[in-house]
Design a protein around this ligand. Sequence first.
Ligand SMILES: N[C@@H](CCC(=O)N[C@@H](CS)C(=O)NCC(=O)O)C(=O)O
Length: 223
Amino acid sequence: MNAHLQPLILHAHSSGPNPVKIAIALESLHIPYVVKTWDFSDDPNTGVKGTTFLKINENGRVPALEDPNTGVVSWESGACMNYVRRVYDIGNAIGPPGGSAQELVDFDKWEYFLLTTLGPMTGQTNWFTHYHPTKNDDALKRYQEQTDRCYDVLEGQLQKSGGTSILPSRVTAVDYHFEPWVRQHTFARLSLDNYPLITKWLGLMDSREEVQEAYCKIRGIGK
Ligand SMILES: N[C@@H](CCC(=O)N[C@@H](CS)C(=O)NCC(=O)O)C(=O)O
């Protein structure tokens, strides 16, 4: 099927973590795609807050995913991931590993935990570490502690697989959601020293071909 597909268009930023998740999923499923890179300005032609991009995503953020094969446009990494899974993961290679009610909920809860909690807390840590115009130690401490708390929760979950995947039986789209955010621990100036299983998991994820290919494409590096 994939040979007859027109490439999907993944709207991305060269370093933001959310678009990479979708690139990893597309790589994993061997779905052809091209990356269109935007900056974070309001330039009408190049920025996510500019008129051209706002017609694709009125929220002015990446990722957005255009599928010329279906005419569907999605944005928000959770919605993009679910679209890719529904339409292209026919064999359930990256979805919930089992079909029981509990296994379906387990997939959702870890995906939502990243989207609503670990990702945003890391993002706020980054903001108060690097970008906030005035020093705000209270806010920074709050978000650092909350991100560490998320690491505690993730470390506990990884005990179930010995650090090989977030859901116990195999790597799924849940791992793809987490990888770019956990990778950001260095930029967020957070240590993984107390998290041996997260460290192991991140190393395994980063050695996977779909992860390496995705980063090369998002960063515009040919292989
Ligand atoms: N909750 C959204 C967030 C998307 C998002 O925040 N993307 C960042 C890049 S990783 C962005 O576009 N930032 C632009 C800005 O802050 O103006 C998702 O999961 O896709």
